[in-house]
Design a binder for this molecule. Structure first.
Ligand code: PXP
Length: 260
């Protein structure tokens, strides 16, 4: 099975929002990512609308509806209240019907998502959200740290997948080989456990052309969602070459998994 690349378009929206008007155009960039080989599009609308806005999510849903092979993944905190024209994640999911919702425990004060759920605390609140998304036939993925007990709870809650939070692994990559290897092994074990439990495994955060080759060898990895580094790479390589460079890494990893 190929490891899917879902390009996160938040950074395109962030640049657009820094000026009046619609430049760069998010929808045109989604189309370009797809034509260059991306298997999916990810967005993370936030109540503060710092990057992707609710209207973008609806437009992307329209774009992707006739493209069943391209996965639409909408991320966000299901407990963040509606604000202004941000209707809340579940309402937005109901209106846009993405293929997958990745639930993330983030808040306005975070620059970006920086930890997974502690399901010993949030399971009761998450359960009705998962049931609602399941009823809408939206696959549910939970953003998680690579902690075995937490992954077992994700299964018990009825999640379809987990998305492993790779920030600490990525942070260790360039300066501490020992920590990097320890974190890689944690992710490896977490992915094995999730797969044994019947959970699909996604991963994301700060993955880049340097740290992805090793990470993409964890067992059963189905999808990576990558935004920041890929868009930065696109500045120097161009979007087409950037998407293709990430795809090439994932294809190699897929091949080596098949050989095992
Ligand atoms: N996964 C989640 C839950 C995220 O919030 C983000 C950032 O929006 C990503 C993956 C992608 O991270 P990055 O932009 O560092 O590639």
């Amino acid at each position: 099975m190929d490891i899917a690349l879902s390009v996160n378009l938040n950074k395109i929206a962030l640049i657009r929002n820094s000026r009046e008007g619609n430049y760069p155009n998010l929808i045109e960039h989604a189309k370009a990512c797809i034509s260059h080989g991306s298997d999916g599009i990810t967005v993370h609308p936030r109540p503060d609308q710092r990057h992707v806005r609710p209207g973008d999510v609806l437009q992307l849903a329209e774009l992707l509806k006739p493209l069943p092979d391209i996965e639409f993944n909408v991320e966000g905190n299901p407990f963040a209240a509606a604000r202004g024209d941000y209707p809340g994640l579940t309402a937005l999911a109901e209106a846009s019907l993405p293929d997958q919702c990745t639930l993330v425990p983030d808040s306005d004060h975070q620059l970006t998502s920086d930890h997974g759920f502690d399901l010993t605390k949030t399971a009761d609140k998450l359960l009705p959200v998962i049931e609602k998304l399941n009823a809408l036939k939206i696959r549910v993925s939970l953003f998680m740290d690579p902690i075995p007990k937490q992954i077992e709870l994700a299964k018990q809650l009825g999640a379809d997948r987990i998305e492993l939070y790779t920030g600490p692994y990525a942070a260790a990559w360039s300066h501490d080989a020992e920590i990097r290897e320890r974190l890689y092994q944690q992710h490896h074990q977490a992915a094995l456990l999730a797969t044994e439990l019947g959970l699909g495994v996604n991963a994301g955060h700060d993955l880049n052309l340097h740290n992805l080759p090793r990470f993409s060898t964890i067992p059963g990895l189905k999808e990576v969602s990558i935004g920041h580094a890929l868009i930065v790479d696109a500045i120097t390589l161009g979007l087409e070459n950037a998407v293709k460079a990430y795809k090439a890494i994932l294809e190699l990893a897929t091949n080596s998994q098949d050989l095992k």
